[in-house]
Write a protein of this length. Structure first.
Length: 297
């Protein structure tokens, strides 16, 4: 699955410069990462300018991720750190040493993690795991992973477990009908057909929350946006697409073909995609009942 597609992890031929080929691990081995943090010139021009400018702070963040993954600082039975875990570890680390590097805010720390994940090859990866929020709506939690000295397959295993855990949540929620989707409310808010939220409740709409949204930041630079695009591309390739295909395969998602509409060959018909819904009879019934009520009004 996701771990098999690693051809884009680094530029062609660049693996010759590394102690361990990052394409096999999907990320830099800790020994190679340490060499880069010590001397960025060792690896040419693949590092972004803002990485070079903030290399000491990024090194501290990377070390905090490593400490968690190695079990030096870890919550019980939680194998991959969330942002708050990295933040707490950094605080403790900075209290224990004489350090002139400012403690980042949580938002700055998130950007630093994304910076590490956006390099080519990446130092870490951002896993986005499906979770259940209080109102049953879809939410994804960010976890951070990197190869360690003892377990250099940590990223590969991390993606696999994230897909498995997310699929388990999906199966349970669809079986119980706990999707947090209120079609009557959403369709009842509009007065014109042009305003109808036709994508509301569809799998692609709900699952796009897996991506890290630039609007979640109070401020963002062009460099931040470039990093975010790269990280979201990895999320699409290694999490979103495998989850979508696995859901269709297991029939927990219902795919409704729109091929007959595409064959009509009108302007934009090639952009009419198949409709993928959560395969829960009550939810599907609610969707079409809300649509019928709107059309009657």
């Amino acid at each position: 699955m996701a771990e098999q597609d690693n051809s884009s992890t680094t530029a062609s031929g660049a693996e010759d410069h590394y102690e361990v080929d990052p394409r096999k691990l999907l990320a830099l081995h800790p020994r190679d990462a340490e060499i880069i943090f010590t001397s960025q010139s060792s690896y040419g021009s693949s590092l972004t300018a803002d990485f070079r400018e903030n290399v000491k702070a990024l090194n501290q963040v990377y070390s905090a991720v490593q400490r968690y993954l190695q079990g030096i600082y870890r919550r019980p039975d939680v194998f991959y750190p969330q942002l708050q875990d990295i933040f707490k570890d950094l605080q403790m680390h900075k209290r224990a040493i004489s350090d002139k590097i400012p403690m980042p805010t949580e938002e700055q720390l998130q950007k630093q993690c994304i910076n590490l994940a956006a390099q080519n090859p990446p130092f870490i990866h951002v896993l986005r795991e499906l979770s259940v929020s209080g109102n049953n709506s879809f939410t994804f939690v960010s976890l951070y992973v990197a190869p360690t000295e003892k377990h250099d397959d940590k990223v590969i295993v991390g993606y696999r477990s994230t897909i498995e855990n997310s699929m388990k949540v999906l199966r349970d929620r669809i079986r119980r009908g706990e999707l947090g989707i209120d079609y009557a409310l959403a369709f009842g808010r509009v007065s014109a057909a042009s305003e109808l939220p036709v994508t509301f409740g569809r799998v692609d709409t709900e699952m796009k929350k897996i991506y890290i949204n630039e609007k979640s930041f109070s401020s963002i630079t062009q460099a931040d946006l470039a990093h975010l695009r790269r990280v979201n591309q990895e999320i699409y390739k290694r999490l979103y697409k495998p989850l979508l295909l696995q859901g269709i395969k297991e029939r927990i998602f219902l795919s409704i073909s729109c091929e007959d509409i595409r064959k009509l060959d009108f302007a934009g018909s090639d952009r009419v995609f198949d409709i993928v819904l959560f395969n829960n009879a009550e939810a599907i019934k609610d969707r079409f009942a809300a649509l019928a009520n709107f059309l009657k009004a």
